[in-house]
Structures are given as C-alpha cells and as structure tokens.
Design a binder for this molecule. Sequence first.
Ligand SMILES: [Zn+2]
Length: 266
Amino acid sequence: MSFSLTWLPTVLRSAGLKVAEVPGWENHGTRDIGIIKGVMCHHTAGPQRGNMPSLGVVRDGTRRLSGPLSQLCLGRDGTFYIVAAGRANHAGRGEWQGETGGNSHFIGIEAENTGFDSGERDDFPWPEVQMDAYRRGCAAILKHIGQDAIMCCGHKEFALPRRRKIDPLFDMNVFRLEVTAIMNGTALPPTVIPRTDSDGRSTFRRGANGDFVKQIQAKVGTDVDGNFGPKTEAAVREFQRTQGLVPDGIVGPRTWSALDGVSASG
Ligand SMILES: [Zn+2]
C-alpha cells in the first residue's frame, strides 16, 4: 500500500517538467500525510558541484532527523526527483497563513543550492532552468490542490522563531507573483536555449558525447574523454560562473562564444 501523494509525478509531468522517480518513493514517508494546503520551498545548503548531490540525504535523513526530509528534490538542471509519497520532516515549528502543521499539510521541495550568495560557496543567481522549473512545479501543485500562490511559502517565512531558517535565499514575494502569472497563463514562455549557434554548433549538455564534447572539456580544463558526464557539467558550471553566465551546465550559443575566447588547456 502506498502513501497519498502518488499524483506528484503525473501533475509535474503534465506541466512539462522533467521528473525522475526515486525507487521506493510510493512507500516512503514517516507516515501518511494529511490534506495538502500548500507547498514549502527550501534549499539544500548542499555541495556546490553536481546536479542533485543532496538526494541521498533528503531520502534517508541524517543521524539527528530521520528521512525523508522532503517529498521532492529539484536539481540544478530543473529535474524534479520524487522522493516520498508520505509525510516528510522538512518544516519544523512554524506558521504560515494560520497553518501550523508544516509537515502534515505542506509538500516540501528541497532545491539544490549551497545557500550562499557571496564568498567561496557563492551559488547565486540560481540557474534559470532551475528557477523556471521551481516556479512551474509550485504552480502545478497549487493548481492541483486548488490553492492560490499565497499558499506557496519559503521555509524562512514559515519557521518560528523568526530567522530560524534562511531558505530559500531568493525573494518569495517576487516568486509568488511569477507563480501566479504561470497559474493565470500570463507568464512568458520558458527560456529555450537555441539548438544551434550561428556557427552551426549544437547545444551540449550532460549525456552528450563526441568530438565537440572533447573540445569543451579541453577548454574548461577537465578530463578529455568525450563523455559529457557530471564532472564535465561541474567544470562547465564553474567556467560559466567565472564568465558571468548563468551556471546551468549547458553549452549553448552564449557559452560557446565564451569558450571561443579561451585557449584549450591539457
Ligand atoms: Zn528548509
């Protein structure tokens, strides 16, 4: 017998989002969850590299807090990972719009981000592909449960005492306006990266392989094996950060043109 939130993958996929089901998610939860009244946005405060390195911790919990630590994870590339159909330990004590049952009435989304907007672990701004999926995912869930965007809160807004939590770092009021626009059908279409640049070079992302991938690897200074895997993706993100580009780990026209300015190393 599975827990209640079995509708999550269908609702997210119907909104055009990328979804990955984590094995066993239908039966994962501390117990079953109550009536869903909203969705709560978090960031993982996890590692700077990788698409969703905190997935294991969110699924299994820590020594101090048993898992799952949220129902959903959101990777840097905009993929939603379905972690649990039951209740999760994500909210702690707090209140939002008169609702105090964070874990019983809110779906938690843990989005991969270090939680820093300066210094060594600076991870701001978030990749647009991730933010776009975050907004669309919240909009789809709210529509499904019949609630307005006001029932989408940040952990930092819910948590008591005030300032107990800082996540997520972005402005929740702006986020809710954008979610509302998506729900009303007045949002701009998602940013689509062109398939080729003016020199006819394709857009490359994780999973690609071949000679163009080798060129990319040589320029971003990672192992040149022609396979665009997690290490290459991390190196591309790092390169994009140094160039002031959106660090989405995808080599499209803008990143190609920045790479042209770099001579290959090793
Ligand atoms: Zn949180």
